[in-house]
Design a binder for this molecule. Sequence first.
Ligand code: GBH
Length: 480
Amino acid sequence: MKTITRRGFVKTAAATTAATWASAVLPRMAFAQTPTLLQFPAGFLWGCATAAYQIEGAVSEDGRGPSVWDTFSHTPGKTFEGQTGDVADDSYHLYKEDVKLLKSVGAGGYRFSISWSRIFPNGTGQPNQKGIDHYRRVVEELLKNDIAPYITLFHWDLPQALPGGWQSRDTSKAFADYAGYVTRQFSDQVGHFFTTNEFGCFTDLGYKNGQFAPGLRLPDAQVNQIRHNAVLAHGLAVQAIRANARTGTQVGLAEDAKAFVPVIESHEHIEAAQRATREENAQFLTVVLEGKYTDGYLQREGANAPKVEAGDMKIIGSPLDFVGLNVYTPRYVRRDASPSGYVIEERPTSFPRMASDWLYLGPEVIYWAVRNASEIWKPRALYITENGTSADDVVGADGRVEDTDRVMYLRNHLTHLHRAASEGYPIKGYFLWSLLDNFEWADGYSKRFGIHYVDFKTQTRTPKLSADWYRDVIARNAVE
Ligand code: GBH
């Protein structure tokens, strides 16, 4: 018989007491589930995202008209080493292969964009049937593989032919006509449409600091009018889609709203983060979801505030079925005594970043993006329409790409997204940016965001470690 020493007895007793206490007090879940597996709600949509100009190539094929990105990327000095989207991933021809990649990770949805100038080569006027035919083939290939198509109508490739681009209100109307036409063609097969992708990237970056097409640097009053034309275009498109689509068609947008994380998770800082979310996105997501510019925005812009015509605000605030958030990088906020009630923190120089300069790493941002938007605007449904990272991917001697940093980035973001889902915020799905390496705008091909590696000389696609990892996430509907 084993003699129990006094010390041993005390230990055993303590352990028994602890176990009894734990089973009584700790939530059942901790015992019932593998503790490391964070389960997403049943029916959660897992997808991947891309955009037309970044992947398609075939820029002069089948009657496509030029877009501002063709012009811009062909202008010396505008993109990394003068690179263009002329060929990109050649997905215009290789789309079946790309659908296979989606299928192989088990994606339930694919968010891709339509090139406006393939449908209307001049932006308006006669539609180009060959453009429609192409996207019809893409949609049918997806449906054949049980992958739901999610169509973005505008991801920055504005038809070059539209006079003045987004400086003109006529462009907003042309966009609505194009949106209505496309939905009439596709709403029998496509259930979800996004109007625009990331207002700030095709307004401010295009017309204020010149980093993106069309590369202008205009004064504030003009920039504010361009922003107004952009949100108006969105609102007019929502109405055109509703007028042309089958009932039940879901309409929303994809917006990289600046996302704010409270420095400390306490009531005052949480409140400050919500104030910052409304004010710092006043000209884009806030006006779209509230149908009104905030007083703060109008005061800040003063004489430069946009000129608003009768009826505009109602159009801009047209009700949406869902809100799509592109989430990449956090901004940290604390409460203070200023009139705005918040301060955005400077990032310490040591703040970690991924392979793109602007891509600071703070995975809790995805939780706060969902929570702030949910609490402020109470949307019916939310999607993460983009999340992902660039990485300095290297093909090893064995042909493998071990992108452990991308897996780290994604795993941590999904862990925080799981928190949002488990707290009951209406998050319905997640689109990883991106399905494959592609033309990263002004950065050309120097930044890779794909979970599939693309050799741009041969157009060979190779799954990276992150593709294997994402396949597991999707298969288990859970993140570890
Ligand atoms: C998304 O933009 C785009 O929708 C997608 O097309 C793109 O490929 C992907 O992200 C990765 O970049 O002025 O320092 O902020 C993300 C938001 C906003 C990030 C513009 C890059 C330009 C540099 N982007 N920003 S900076």
